[in-house]
Design a binder for this molecule. Structure first.
Ligand code: SAH
Ligand code: DHB
Ligand code: MG
Length: 225
């Protein structure tokens, strides 16, 4: 077996034996319908979705913000960690993705708690801020990587001490550690990671991962007072 076959096999094992709630019909159907609608297969994996769910629970999250909805798979995992009066706002640029997500979220029974807002996140975020929402306890940044530093700035503005910001896909196939790489995704991700390392109100780490999505990684940043 190739390395990537091993990673996939073990991720499937984890999904079957550890993340047993990944077999839930609404989550499986969300992936199936996302695929059927031609959305790219880049939702978080079941083990990573469960991690987001656990992080939301550990945060005691009542308010969650997601940037990058796709078909709503990660939103369902996080939305399920909310109390009955909790709320998740998820921002999606592509109306076709948002349409699939709205259906998937409704089937999961989360349409009262999860709101999909269509448009470029950098346009939706100032509008959201104008509404003076309560601080978000968890922010999941998973959209166009070149804007990651802007999303970190908005994350800081819309959270408070103790909030958690999760940044997806931070290794970029290893290119993140190549200072000569000028790929906008890499430049944006490196700037966001540098913010975690240097901003006085952030402390965090980044973890490299393998699994069904190959070699990948995510960063966690805790917001300080
Ligand atoms: N969080 C999802 C996967 C998101 S994939 C999950 O794990 O299930 C990234 C998504 O970000 C895509 O749907 C893409 O259309 C969206 N996106 C790209 N640029 C964006 C932008 N400027 N504003 C908002 N969403 C954007
Ligand atoms: C890409 C985006 C993602 O959010 C992801 O999880 C994997 C890949 C991409 O744009 O290639
Ligand atoms: Mg991602």
């Amino acid at each position: 077996m190739s390395d990537s076959q091993v990673w996939r096999t073990v991720d499937d094992y984890i999904a079957d034996h550890v993340v047993t709630d990944a077999h839930d019909d609404a989550l499986a159907a969300a992936l199936r319908d996302s695929h059927a609608a031609g959305l790219p297969p880049i939702s978080v994996s079941p083990p990573a979705g469960k991690l987001l769910h656990l992080l939301a629970q550990m945060q005691g999250a009542r308010n969650i913000l997601e940037i990058g909805t796709l078909g709503g798979y990660s939103a369902i995992w996080m939305g399920r960690a909310l109390p009955a009066d909790g709320r998740l706002v998820t921002l999606e640029y592509d109306p076709r993705h948002a349409e699939v997500a709205v259906r998937n979220i409704a089937r999961a029974g989360l349409d009262k708690q999860v709101e999909v807002r269509v448009g470029a996140a950098l346009e939706s975020l100032p509008r959201l801020a104008d509404e003076n929402p309560p601080p978000f306890d968890l922010v999941f940044v998973d959209a166009d990587k070149m804007n990651n530093p802007r999303y970190m700035e908005w994350g800081l503005r819309l959270t408070s001490a103790g909030s958690l910001i999760v940044l997806d896909n931070v290794t970029r196939g290893g290119r993140v550690a190549d200072p000569d790489n000028t790929d906008p995704d890499v430049v944006g991700t490196r700037a966001a990671l540098d913010m975690i390392g240097t901003h006085p109100r952030l402390t965090g780490t980044a973890i490299q991962t393998v699994g069904t999505k190959g070699y990948d990684g995510f960063a966690l940043a805790r917001v300080l007072a």
